[in-house]
Design a protein around this ligand. Structure first.
Ligand code: TGC
Ligand code: FAD
Length: 390
């Protein structure tokens, strides 16, 4: 049974509108009903639970901020964040699916696509009929996507796409892929690749110890014929995929709070019930230190992220501000997961509780969408004006 009680130490709910609370509570209820009962088995079996796709669409997790005329939920950025928080409370892999679909597939089509592309893809992505993926990372270019070698060549009435992407969430079953590739001038373009195109394959990556309920794979392109109308016409250059990452990283900042909340809530309940030396372990100073530090860090992250949401709604959130929140919150959640696991003793290593699954998932979350180091370097560049990457 899912007993989750969300911590709200500083009355953050007072800062939310009625709509935010309605959207958040609907997502919370859906996670309790549809994710919590099945997610442990899906993770143990390393199988993406396809049954959740319709529910994700119903709670507005596919394109929360995409206008309703294209099938999106037409919500603001705080509602988007709250949905991600609730989903990641269930599992980071499920949140990954929603993040990729919304911010890495629908976002570029909505912001850089033609009207025909928006009409063709957005409503089907919003209702879950189509699932998409986003190919930026390559075997030799992870933190440095500017070096990518995947390329398109103009053949008159079409392009030919060649290359490979690696570590791509949703790749094994995605209906479409937003792929970033260089043209003959070395300019990065966004390409919509559809499953079934000749020369396009998506082998699955096996043996992960992290994000086991999310399917990860490669995207391989061998002379794939791309119709010219499948190129995103309205933005090119590295800034195009980086713009999508801003939106996804913002959602992850919220999502990580959800995972942290779940670990804290579980550890608190367990510590109050677990008797050792004739008293609850929650009554010992050592366990109180762990729990008190957890709620302090969650509260700080909630305040940081809510403020970021306000800035995002006003169109003022910068890439560097988003990096700070992604980096801080994922690191915070991972540390809380490790501490919470210890509070549970041996029980903490079993699938009876979600903590170890959260901990292992967060090892991917701290690496993808820009590693912990890269986000620190983005802050460093922002405050000094000097990029230290190169
Ligand atoms: P740099 O020279 O700084 O910038 C290149 C061009 O981009 C522009 N730009 C932006 N535009 C829009 N939004 C942003 N946030 C932008 N940031 C930069 C910039 O103005 C420039 O424009 P132009 O016109 O002059 O070309 O680029 P750099 O090569 O020095 O790289 C900077 C760095 C290291 C920060 C960047 O490469 C980076 O963020 N690397 C990390 C890679 C990464 O995060 N990959 C994520 C892959 S996707 C993923 O992990 C999905 S996981 C999904 C899930 O399951 O949830
Ligand atoms: P590298 O870039 O090789 O980094 C290795 C180490 O070196 C890291 O610790 C890094 O911080 C450090 N490092 C790198 N450069 C510097 C520097 N200049 N200074 C100091 N340290 C540095 N990508 C997609 O495009 N789409 C997806 O859907 C997607 N999903 C993913 C799902 C999972 C489960 C995982 C694990 C990854 C996914 N990724 C995806 C890839 C992810 O974005 C990359 O793994 C990430 O950007 C890091 O690249 P890398 O793994 O090649 O590490």
């Amino acid at each position: 049974q899912d007993l989750f009680q969300a911590p709200d130490y500083y009355h953050m709910d007072d800062l939310l509108s009625e709509e935010h609370i309605l959207v958040r509570d609907a997502a919370r209820e859906w996670v309790k009903k549809a994710v919590s009962p099945i997610i442990e088995e899906a993770a143990q079996q390393a199988k993406f639970p396809t049954s959740i796709i319709t529910g994700l669409a119903e709670i507005g997790a596919f394109g929360p901020y995409i206008p309703e005329e294209y099938g999106g939920a037409g919500l603001d950025q705080i509602s988007y964040g709250l949905i991600m928080q609730e989903i990641e409370r269930g599992d980071s892999g499920v949140r990954s699916t929603a993040s990729v679909q919304s911010s890495l597939v629908m976002y570029p089509i909505y912001n850089y696509g033609s009207e025909a592309q928006k009409q063709k893809y957005l409503p089907k992505l919003a209702n879950g009929e189509f699932v998409g993926c986003f190919g930026l990372t390559e075997p030799d270019y992870g933190s440095n996507p500017a070096g990518m070698v995947t390329n398109i060549k103009d053949k008159g009435d079409h392009f030919l796409l060649n290359g490979a992407k690696m570590w791509i969430s949703n790749a094994p079953f995605a209906d479409i892929a937003i792929v970033w590739a260089k043209n003959e001038e070395g300019r990065i373009k966004g390409v919509i690749v559809e499953r079934g195109m000749e020369g396009f394959s998506t082998p699955e990556t096996h043996n992960k110890w992290s994000l086991r309920a999310s399917a990860t794979g490669e995207l391989i392109f061998e002379n794939v014929k791309i119709p010219k109308e499948n190129i995103l016409p309205n933005k090119d250059g590295l800034g195009a995929p980086l713009g999508c990452l801003d939106s996804a990283r913002y959602g992850i900042a919220w999502g990580a709070i959800g995972a942290a909340m779940d670990c804290y809530d579980t550890a608190l309940r367990y510590a109050k019930q677990r008797i050792q030396f004739d008293k609850p372990i929650a009554g010992t100073q050592l366990q109180q230190k762990k729990l008190a530090e957890m709620i302090t860090e969650i509260t700080k992250a909630q305040l940081l992220t809510w403020r970021l949401g306000v800035l995002k709604n006003e169109g003022r959130a910068t890439t560097a501000q988003i990096s700070m929140a992604k980096r801080n919150n994922v690191d915070m959640a991972l540390k809380i997961a490790r501490e919470a696991r210890q509070v549970l003793g041996a029980m903490g290593i079993t699938g009876e509780y979600a903590i170890m699954r959260h901990m292992m998932n967060l090892e991917s979350v701290i690496t993808y969408e820009g590693t912990h180091d890269i986000h620190l370097l983005i802050t460093g560049m922002d405050i000094t004006g000097i990029p230290a990457f190169k």
